[in-house]
Ligand binder design. Sequence first.
Ligand SMILES: *Cc1c(COP(=O)(O)O)cnc(C)c1O
Length: 479
Amino acid sequence: MRSHEAGALHAEGYGGPPLYLPHPDDVMALLPQLWPETVRRDAEGRLTVAGVDVVSLAREYGTAAYVLDEQDFRSRARAFRDGFADAFAQVCGGADVYYAGKAFLCTSVARWVAEEGLSLDVCSGGELAVARRAGFPPERIGFHGNNKSVEEIRAALEYGVGRIVLDSFTEIERVADVATSLGVVAPVMIRVTVGVEAHTHEFIATGHEDQKFGFSLSEGQALEAARTVLAHDRLDLRGLHSHIGSQIFDTGGFELSARRLVGLHRQVATELGHHSPEIDLGGGFGMAYTSQHTPLPPEHLAAQLADIVRHEFAALGDEALTRVPRVSVEPGRAIVGPSTFTLYEVGTVKEVQLGDLHSRAYVSVDGGMSDNVRPALYEADYSCTLASRSSDAAPMLARVVGKHCESGDIVVQDEWLPADTRPGDLIAVPGTGAYCRALSSQYNHTPRPPVLAVRDGAARVLVRRETIDDLLALDVGSS
Ligand SMILES: *Cc1c(COP(=O)(O)O)cnc(C)c1O
């Protein structure tokens, strides 16, 4: 998966800009599709979000900081909710959208998700604890993971989650045992490995699946899992589930996975006599990190997926079409990713000559792979802009790097910045809402940045900045 997740259009070799990043006419221009919806530039050239300028944000809360546009998050969540409800209304009476909390979760975000009428996926006891703290309605929670502990399963069943997605035969017995000991019936889904792997711009269909998640379809394991679940009276089989990848732009992968999932759904009905009430197509819908990416608007995506599901059931005959199970999807990145940018302060600027034609400015900021590991992990591309002032200087090709002791500590691989970019300037990197704070570390004993929410001209802290005392508090060896 690793290298596929990034955009691939780098023109390697001569050290110039990648193909998707031509020399800009206006280096201060903002590409609207990359920024949260309330972001603007004011008369002084400062970036503002929901009416709050980033220079005041930096003064009050420091840098580095994740800045989340609450209105943007809520409207994307609503666009998914409404887009899927509308598109699937005629197919199966609507569809449920589970926000994938692993992309980014805190109690406020869990509350927004609940308020906007979405459901929530968690995949660990920790994420479940956040949902509980937020008072998230338990029946709207799905619990994922390939190795849930007995304690996690117990916590989920005690809270009353709406579905546990089963991942192995061991887990079927484990969940049945915990349900028995609690005297409850566990609602479960079966995660199916459909043999489709989707990446940014393509998908591949593989005969057998070499990965840790789910029950394989080709080996007949998934049908056997359904049989095993149905034999347990403490398990209630809600349906089948598949998740084929992340940062996907092409619905071809969903078409094939839906076909295979629907085929199995029918086999469960005809061979085991069980009509599952639900079917889940997973998440992985792409977002724009740079101009290379053009995601489908949620309503178009929903319409395409609804067509696919209708088509697959229609192929089974008219009777099947009247019994389409309720569909759910699980977007994470596409909802929270674009809602957030990271604000950094420039510390140093260093010019490096690349042959006769090109040079590159290395712009070092006060963060890096500890707050966004995706460039190091997946060669993910990001963009950025000078955020604290205007500039008439010519564009220079820059690489924004972090402060960590790794040469792979890159924040933005390639970007045009004004040639007068200097220490003390603020740089904003959009598209950092998903898998940045969630995957952050304390590498080099770096306290993690805060998450700030901005709405209607006011900012507030959702997750506070870590302190050196927080770090030292874990180190109990010195006292
Ligand atoms: C990660 C994950 C998602 C969300 O993926 P995104 O790329 O953030 O949309 C949804 N479902 C499952 C099972 C996942 O593991």
